[in-house]
Design a protein around this ligand. Structure first.
Ligand SMILES: C[S@@+](CC[C@H](N)C(=O)[O-])C[C@H]1O[C@@H](n2cnc3c(N)ncnc32)[C@H](O)[C@@H]1O
Length: 235
């Protein structure tokens, strides 16, 4: 792509994800430290169900929770994130855990260049919403380019499973259920900021994008009207 019209992904990455202080508290805020979050295990199980165990690329890997937990299940894991602060954490954790099959690459959905044989699986968790829809569609096309035919995409994100006319009511309920302590969860203000400045899309827009990128959706599960997870196979 002509670099003159590609957005600077760092400018879209969410300033908090670039801030070492926020990143240091990320696992606590995201609920990983409380031990109550099972979605990493669900994503690894969803990949295992598809029988993939070669190369996994985690796009928007954050602090590496999925990439590091998946390392024993895959020959090669590439943890990609656009944030230097997040990459720093993953590198340290992989080294401390002695995980020699985890590679860290600082890149974004729109700039990651996959090296080596095509990947068997790509996972992306709570990151694709950082891009506007036009760029999501191009990012999914690039994800398909990273995968071998029959390769698997596991996608988890804040995705809206409701009609626009329900927005007031659904978003109101979401905000009402937010955390009150910003160190321990996402607050009402965090959710409002997500809506104002990030690009969660509707389910009924995302699914045609997946299809256009060459994916067959083989499994989908929504936890309420905001959070969805997909397993897709590249045709
Ligand atoms: C909410 S965190 C999710 C991290 C991790 N996947 C998880 O589930 O805990 C979003 C991550 O996406 C990264 N990110 C934002 N924009 C990105 C982009 N365009 N390409 C790759 N990563 C991006 C951020 O730096 C951040 O680490």
């Amino acid at each position: 792509m002509d670099a003159s019209w590609i957005p600077d992904e760092l400018a879209y990455a969410g300033p908090e994800h670039l801030d070492p202080a926020f990143v240091a508290g990320y696992d606590r805020k995201a609920g990983y430290e409380a031990g109550t979050r099972s979605d990493v295990d669900e994503d690894i199980a969803a990949l295992a169900e598809q029988g993939v165990d070669g190369t996994l690329v985690d796009l928007g890997a954050g602090t590496g929770r999925l990439a590091l937990a998946a390392a024993p299940e895959f020959r090669r894991v590439v943890a990609v994130d656009v944030s230097p602060a997040m990459q720093h954490v993953i590198r340290d954790r992989a080294a401390q855990a002695g995980l020699s099959n985890v590679e860290c690459v600082r890149a974004g959905f729109l700039t990651y260049e996959h090296a080596g044989p095509p990947a068997d699986a790509v996972c992306t968790r709570n990151a694709l919403h950082q891009l506007p829809d036009f760029w999501k569609a191009l990012a999914l096309e690039r994800v398909a380019g990273v995968l071998r035919p029959g390769g698997v995409l596991r996608l988890r994100d804040l995705i809206f499973d409701f009609h626009p006319r329900e927005a007031d009511e659904v978003i109101g309920r979401w905000l009402d259920g937010a955390a009150t302590d910003p160190a321990l969860g996402y607050t009402r203000e965090d959710f409002a900021e997500h809506l104002r400045t990030e690009f969660s899309t509707f389910r009924w827009l995302l699914e045609p994008m997946l299809d256009a990128a060459g994916f067959e959706i083989v499994q989908v599960a929504f936890r309420g009207p905001i959070y969805g997870a997909y397993t897709c196979v590249k045709r």
